[in-house]
Design a protein around this ligand. Structure first.
Ligand code: DX5
Ligand code: ZN
Length: 227
């Protein structure tokens, strides 16, 4: 369990014409990590950006880059994302034939390795790779787009992942449809990192929006402490 909840704004909801300034703005507004959604129009029905854009943004902040790969195959590009400045690289098990090998590759590149579970992906896929994982990303929407509605069963899934990882040093991240209202339930269930796109960038007051997420999360932490 992380000592405090980490907030990872997704720049998918930012103004792509001003990406560098947007990264600086969420850094100033209190982001802990910068979440970067890479999409290929094949694994998911949307296309975003690749290693060149991430490398260009790297100089704009010292906060960790949390790179969420929604691409298939992912293996041929892992080194490029590591070189671009990723700190954590997360892959989906469906994106390649050998999840264990993908995680080995990420670790060999000196990066933290994450596994992302779609809403329909059972947590059983984690059973034999936990020793290689630094992070489990529970998707609370189907991947591909920001601004979707939170899938309610995600709270139970976070609990199940929390039970499965036990005392291992692995963070649980949740991604999709997260706001100040559902943050508490996710933290209470065992989440450590909250990804948020729409709820951070809406209205333009990023600091206020991040503070609202932290407020929701704090209520969940208090409840979790009592559990
Ligand atoms: C969806 C992405 C998410 C997305 C979250 O495929 O993985 O990171 O940006 O956006 P919101 O918070 O708007 O659901
Ligand atoms: Zn994401």
């Amino acid at each position: 369990m992380a000592p405090t909840t980490l907030i990872a704004p997704s720049i998918l909801a930012s103004d792509f014409a001003r990406l560098g300034e947007e990264v600086e703005a969420i850094d100033r507004a209190g982001a802990d990590w910068i979440h970067l959604d890479v999409m290929d129009g094949h694994f998911v029905p949307n296309i975003t950006f690749g290693p060149a854009v991430i490398a260009a943004l790297r100089g704009r902040t010292t906060k960790p880059f949390d790179v969420h790969l929604m691409i298939a195959p992912a293996d041929p590009y892992l080194a490029a994302f590591a070189e671009a400045g990723a700190d954590t690289i997360t892959v989906h098990p469906e994106a390649g034939p050998h999840l264990h090998r993908s995680l080995q590759t990420i670790k060999a590149l000196g990066k933290k390795a994450g596994v992302a579970l779609n809403p329909a992906t059972p947590i059983d896929v984690l059973a034999h790779i936990l020793d290689l994982a630094d992070l489990i990303l529970v998707m609370s929407v189907n991947p591909g787009f920001g601004g979707q509605r939170f899938v309610p069963g995600s709270v139970e899934k976070v609990k199940a992942v929390r039970d499965m990882i036990g005392a291992r040093d692995i963070l649980i991240e949740v991604d999709g449809g997260i706001n100040a209202e559902n943050a508490g339930a996710l933290i209470r269930a065992g989440a450590d990192v909250l990804v948020a796109g729409s709820s951070v960038f809406k209205g333009g007051d990023y600091a206020r929006n991040i503070a609202a997420l932290r407020g929701g999360a704090a209520a969940g932490r208090t409840a979790r402490g009592r559990r």
